[in-house]
Design a protein around this ligand. Structure first.
Ligand SMILES: [Zn+2]
Ligand SMILES: [Zn+2]
Length: 220
């Protein structure tokens, strides 16, 4: 493509000319290895049903799993994906998710956290939707947009866990559904957004919601 000649592609993580995500970086992004908390997916020392991070919290999803830790390199990748809409990153990210996370048993369809009106229009693309589509192909599950925002959201950036919960409460409505639904998002930070989205899906008839994200913040 002409654009490739004018602006040679470079790895969004290390800057090496060539692929949008070079092989070395794709291989070395920090996978979240088992054991993880059976509920929120935080890395733990031994398998547990609840962990320090999620015990005592009301969470509307059954489980959350993520492929990589949200470190500085993954942050660079996700922001390039969001801001520059690099298509091939969706396929790279889905490949890594499929390598680390097994397809959630019993889920019969995939949906995703919807874009926040203004921001996604400006960007003209939406990483969670792209990731959901790529995973749908790999896992052979239909993908449907089922959630919409009830109001514009203030950015979650810089907010603590409680503030995030307050900021997103009641933020989504879902179309009628049933059974176990797989909910996809790009990054799991505190779980507040996916939990509120899961509440909306359950109100709309889903019997349970399992969450899969590309990246996850890990507290140490
Ligand atoms: Zn690289
Ligand atoms: Zn947990």
């Amino acid at each position: 493509m002409l654009l490739d000649l004018l602006f040679p592609r470079r790895c969004v993580v290390c800057g090496t000319p060539g692929a949008t995500l070079c092989r070395a970086c794709a291989r070395s992004l920090p996978r979240i290895a088992v054991p993880v908390c059976g509920r929120c997916g935080a890395p733990v020392a031994w398998p547990v049903a609840r962990c320090r991070e999620c015990a005592g919290r009301r969470i509307a999803f059954t489980s959350a799993r993520a492929a990589v830790e949200y470190d500085a390199r993954v942050r660079a990748l996700v922001s390039a994906w969001k801001e520059r809409g690099l298509r091939d990153l969706a396929s790279c990210a889905a490949g890594i998710v499929a390598e680390v996370v097994s397809v959630p048993a019993g889920a019969h369809l995939i949906t995703f956290v919807p874009p926040d009106g203004d921001r996604s229009l400006k960007r003209g693309h939406h990483p969670p939707a792209r990731l959901a589509r790529e995973l749908g192909r790999r896992w052979d599950l239909p993908v449907r947009p089922m959630l919409e925002r009830t109001r514009p959201l203030r950015s979650q950036r810089g907010l603590g866990r409680r503030e995030r919960q307050r900021n997103v409460r009641g933020a989504f409505r879902a179309t009628a559904t049933r059974g176990k639904v797989l909910l996809v998002d790009d990054v799991y930070t505190t779980g507040a957004t996916v939990s509120v989205a899961a509440t909306a899906l359950r109100r709309a008839g889903a019997s349970s919601v399992v969450v899969v994200t590309f990246a996850r913040a890990v507290r140490r």
